[in-house]
Design a binder for this molecule. Structure first.
Ligand SMILES: Cc1cc2nc3c(=O)[nH]c(=O)nc-3n(C[C@H](O)[C@H](O)[C@H](O)COP(=O)(O)O)c2cc1C
Ligand code: SF4
Ligand code: FES
Length: 601
């Protein structure tokens, strides 16, 4: 393949950033096709350039493309796909300010207005050209709303969370470089509930110490899994009736059986840690505060299904989770809990941590595979399903972080015993992310079957004793329910029967003072922005839907707009390729049914 480059050249710093990922040019494989085998490193390379220079220049892209033998036009298509990257010059300090729904309820618009007054419109550089601020979708910090993430590029790139944010803290963060990389001074997340199993180590066991993890019972499950053998592990998971926690509720055991059956072929394990559904932050809490549990669970899944290589795809806005996971992987490797001889059994499994770069669609499993392969994160048509042809075209087991986190308990206590918790259709416990107008935001772990009202009561009810107007269940792809749904039992089957979904575990409260048309408009804007544009119903539908919501929120809607919303929703649901388009109208339709779009006197 002939590659055509512009004359732009990388700076020494940009070359160094690329070389740190790919090694020195003298180590490049001979021949373009061998170099192209490393295409999956394109995203880590783009991260390295962006973190060093603050943006991705034409020269840096040329250099990366030469090294990987990728056409620059294609690499540009990848770089421009992701929100965290910029292909035009940008100051080294970028403050990402969440203006999504939970943060809106906590005054995010006032914060953005203050930034606009002092620093200019979003995207403009501050005096001295050293910093800028941008609006961002949910940063997965809804428990500490309003939230912002400060990213500083340079020789020692750094990230710092500013949450809960005030106008003063945001302005001062733009004026000065962040002090260090750590989040040591950050408060622990609030975790609660009635059956605290997955969360039991959060806040009480040092997430950076393998010894502490082992002292707290860690790695007993992997030992047991190795004793009982791969087939029995899969049998126990089938018996547990564990359903996936990433949103689609697919039986985990069935996926594992399918991948295990592909013996003789290279198989991959992927942990989906993209967690970009607005209102969701449970996976972040698990990864940041119990990272060894994620690594151990992945090892169990891999040994049971014959995968020798695993990836964790962590959303780009979670630098702390990626760092903690990387440290856990390194420690596990040193202790021979990963690598070529797992627990001296001769079995092989290793894990790589890969970071997303700001694209909600990359949580969709096939978009995620494309992203990992160094392509634009666009969903593939299914079938083939991942268990047959997933990452690099090979059988792949992909599971959500929380789903995987259940495996150690299933192995230790046995699938049948695990299945006694919850209901027959919804076994085990569930993590719920409570946020919005609630007294104690946080992650709550309860047995499936607890009612919505009881869960909200655990979190102290509606903030300031206000009256509950509605609850968003399951995230932006979920739906609003009214106070009459407080008796709803939180199970997959009860939610389905009520026309709702537990989705990714979002329970976001809105009181009767919230401007709901504005909240719903933000959801419509979110889908318009996140649609990958690959298929027409979603690409056009999300734009038209957002336009109608703008009119409704601005009180300029015409009588035909409601019928138009219904029609757009139907077309997107029926004709979109992937779950994004199929669910982009759900919350909006439920808001309409509940009368939330009507202005209140
Ligand atoms: C637009 C979209 C975004 C998604 N985002 C996530 C995500 O962030 N995390 C996740 O685990 N699953 C996400 N999913 C679901 C995945 O496609 C897939 O079903 C899941 O990773 C399977 O894991 P599970 O069986 O353990 O739930 C998303 C799906 C869609 C359509
Ligand atoms: S439904 Fe939307 S996000 Fe999914 S493939 Fe089509 S355009 Fe892309
Ligand atoms: S962090 Fe702002 S809505 Fe989630």
């Amino acid at each position: 393949m002939d590659l055509h480059f512009t004359g732009a050249r990388a700076t020494p710093a940009e070359r160094d950033a690329v070389d740190r990922v790919l090694g020195s040019p003298s180590s490049d494989p001979l021949g373009a096709s061998a170099r192209r085998e490393r295409r999956h490193l394109l995203l880590p390379v783009l991260h390295a350039i962006s973190e060093r220079a603050g943006w991705i220049s034409g020269g840096a892209l040329n250099y990366a493309c030469e090294r990987l033998s990728v056409p620059p036009a294609e690499a540009y298509g990848v770089a421009s796909f992701y929100d965290l990257f910029s292909t035009t010059p940008r100051p080294p300090v970028v403050l990402h300010v969440c203006d999504d729904i939970a943060c809106r309820c906590a005054g995010a618009e006032d914060l953005c207005a203050a930034l606009e007054r002092v620093c200019g419109a979003a995207g403009s550089a501050t005096a001295g050209q050293s910093a800028t601020w941008l609006r961002a979708p949910c940063l997965g910090l809804c428990d500490r709303a309003p939230a912002a993430l400060l990213a500083t590029a340079g020789d020692s790139p750094a990230y710092r969370r500013v949450a809960p944010a005030t106008a003063e803290s945001l302005l001062s963060s733009l004026g000065s470089a962040p002090a260090g990389n750590g989040t040591a001074a950050e408060p622990l997340p609030y975790v609660g509930g009635t059956h605290v199993r997955l969360l039991r180590r959060v806040g009480s066991v040092d997430p950076e110490s393998l010894d502490a993890y082992r002292d707290a019972g860690g790695y007993a499950a992997l030992r047991r899994a190795l004793e009982i053998g791969a087939e029995r592990v899969v049998d126990e998971i089938v018996a547990s009736n564990l359903l996936g926690r990433g949103g689609a509720a697919f039986p985990t055991g069935r996926k594992m059986q399918a991948v295990a059956r592909a013996a003789g072929r290279t198989r991959y394990l992927v942990c989906n840690a993209d967690e970009s559904e607005p209102g969701t932050f449970k996976d972040r809490v698990l990864m940041e505060h119990d990272p060894f549990a994620v690594v151990e669970a992945m090892t169990i899944a891999a040994i049971a299904t014959g995968c020798e290589r695993g990836f964790v795809y962590v959303r780009g806005e979670y630098p702390q989770a990626a760092r903690r996971l990387q440290a856990a992987v390194d420690a596990a490797r040193r202790a021979e809990l990963l690598g070529g001889n797992v627990m001296q059994t001769g079995l092989r499994f290793d894990v790589e941590i890969r970071r997303g770069a700001g694209a909600y669609i990359c949580g969709e499993e096939t978009a995620l595979f494309n992203s990992l392969e160094g392509k634009r994160g666009e969903p593939r048509s299914k079938p083939p399903f991942p268990v047959d042809a997933g990452l690099f075209g090979m059988p792949t087991l992909i599971n959500n972080v929380e789903t995987l986190a259940n495996l150690p308990a299933i192995v230790l206590e046995g699938g049948a015993r695990y299945a006694k918790t919850g209901t027959p259709g919804s076994t085990g416990t569930r993590l719920f992310c409570l946020s919005g107008c609630v007294t104690r935001s946080g992650v709550y772990e309860v047995e499936h079957g607890v009612t919505l009202g009881a869960l909200i009561a655990m979190a102290g009810g509606v903030r300031d004793g206000a009256t509950l107007r509605t609850v968003l269940l399951g995230g932006a792809a979920g739906s609003f329910v009214g106070p009459e749904a407080l008796d709803l039992r939180l199970t997959f089957e009860d939610a389905r029967a009520a026309g709702a979904t537990l989705g990714s575990g979002v329970v976001m409260l809105f009181d009767d003072r919230t401007a709901m048309p504005d909240v719903v408009r933000r959801i419509a804007r979110f889908f318009r922005h996140e649609s990958c544009g690959q298929c027409v119903p979603c690409r056009v539908g999300t734009v038209r839907q957002a336009e109608v919501l703008e009119r409704i929120a601005g009180a300029t809607a015409s009588p035909g707009d409601v019928a138009l919303l219904d029609e757009i929703g139907r077309v997107m649901r029926d004709a979109s390729i992937c779950g994004l388009g199929q669910t982009a109208a759900n919350a909006i339709a439920s808001a309409r049914t509940l009368g939330l779009l009507e202005a209140r006197a």
